[in-house]
Design a protein around this ligand. Sequence first.
Ligand code: SF4
Length: 463
Amino acid sequence: MTSQPDLIFDPQLIRRFDINGPRYTSYPTADRFVEAFDASALKDWLAKRAVGGVSRPLSLYFHIPFCNTICYYCACNKIITKDHGRSAKYLNYLDKEIQMQADALGGTRQVTQLHLGGGTPTFLSHEEMHQLMASVRKHFNLVPNGEYSIEVDPRKVDFDTVEMLANLGFNRMSVGVQDFAEDVQIATNRVQSVEETKLVMDAARATGFKSISMDLIYGLPKQNVISFNRTLEQVLELSPDRISLYSYAHLPGLFKPQRRIIPIDLPSADAKLQILQLAIRRLTEAGYVYIGMDHFAKPEDELTIAQRQGRLHRNFQGYSTQAECDLLAFGVSAIGKIGPVYSQNVKTLDEYYDALDRDELPVLRGVELTADDLLRRSIIQALMCHFELSIESIEIAHLIKFGEYFASELDDLRAMEEAGLVKIDDEWISVLPAGRLLVRGIAMVFDRYLRSDRERARYSRVI
Ligand code: SF4
C-alpha cells in the first residue's frame, strides 16, 4: 500500500496550516522527558536488554561538541574553541562512558549503525579519531555492512582525513553547506567554497563512501530566490545522494549566536516561501524524491528504497533504514533509546565530567513510554515516514477501537481533510500530496502532550 510520495506546493495552504512544532525525531519529544528518569533507571534498562535472550542490534551515537568557529544561525549544543586540549580531555571521559554503558549492557553488542554528530566531529585530530574508534571497537562489534556515518565540515577536511575516516570504517557522510552565496556566508560567518566542498565529496566517493548527504538552509540572512537558485545549481552539480533542506527559525532569545544576525537581512515570510518553492521544484525536477519533512533523496538511495518498501523509520538522526535498533548515545546532551525508554545526557562539560568522576552515568533526564505513548509514537512514525496509516494494523497491534480512542483527534483532522491535506476512511488515514509538506502539523494532532497543553491553556483562559 506504500506509494511513492508526490508533492503539491500550495502557498495558501502552507500559510494557513504551517505551524511551528516538533520534528518528531522522538515521541514524546525531548522537552517532555523528566528528571525522575535517572542514571540508575538507564542502567536497569541497559541490563534488561538481555531478558528473554533476545536483544535488538545497536545503533551508537557520539556527540562531539567542539567547533572552530561559530555559525550565527547555529542552534546546536556546541563549544567554540581552537584548543585541542579540550577535545583530548573529552575523549578520555567519553571512553569512560563507553566502558560504563558497555559494562551495564545486557544482550548482544552487535552494532549495525553508528553516527558521529556535533558540533563538528572532524574537529578531532586523526589520532583522536583513531582513539575514539579503538574505544568503540574494544567494547562493541561493528558488523561489516553497517551504516557508519559522520558529519563533516568541509572547511577543515582534506583528502587524507576522508581517507582516514574510510579506513576507520565510515561509509556515510553528511556535509554541511547551507548556502554557497558569498554574502549569505559572510552574514552567517560560515565562508565555505564550492571547491572545498567538492574536494571532500570527491574524496568520499574515491574512498568508498556509499551515500553523501548535504545540508542546506533556507530563510538565512541575505538569501533571495536568485541567489539560492545559483546555490541549487551548484548543489545539483555536486550531486549528493541526499539533501536536507531546513527552514531557518530566527530565535535569538533562545540561541545566542543568532543575535549576530541582523533581522533586516532576513528574507520576508513570502520570500522564504518562494525560496522553498523554488528549491522543491529544482530538486524534484532533477529527480530527487521527497522523503518527508525536510529530506530529499535520489530514487536509488537506500532511504528512498526503504520508503518504497515500507521500512523507513525516524530517529534522532532523522530518517533511517535501521528499524528495530536500540540507540546508545554518548557525550554531552546525547539522546538514546532502549526498548520503551528514552534518556538524555547532561548538557554541559562540567556536569558530564562530574558525573563520570563519581562513576555515574551522566543522565540528565528521560522517559519510560506508557502504552498510550507507544501507540501515538507508532501513529506519528507512520505518518512521518509513509504518509499513511493503516487503522486496522494500529487496532490489532494496540488493542484499541481507533474511532473511539481518537474521536477528538479525528474531529480535529476534519478541517485538514476539507482543505485537501488528508483523506480519512474506515481503513486508512492518508496524507495527500498537498499535505505532505505539512505532515508535522498533521502528526501534531496525535501528540497527547500538545493536546493537554492546549486544554490547559483553554482552561486557564476560562478561569
Ligand atoms: S552550525 Fe555546526 S559547525 Fe556551525 S557552530 Fe553550529 S555546530 Fe558548529
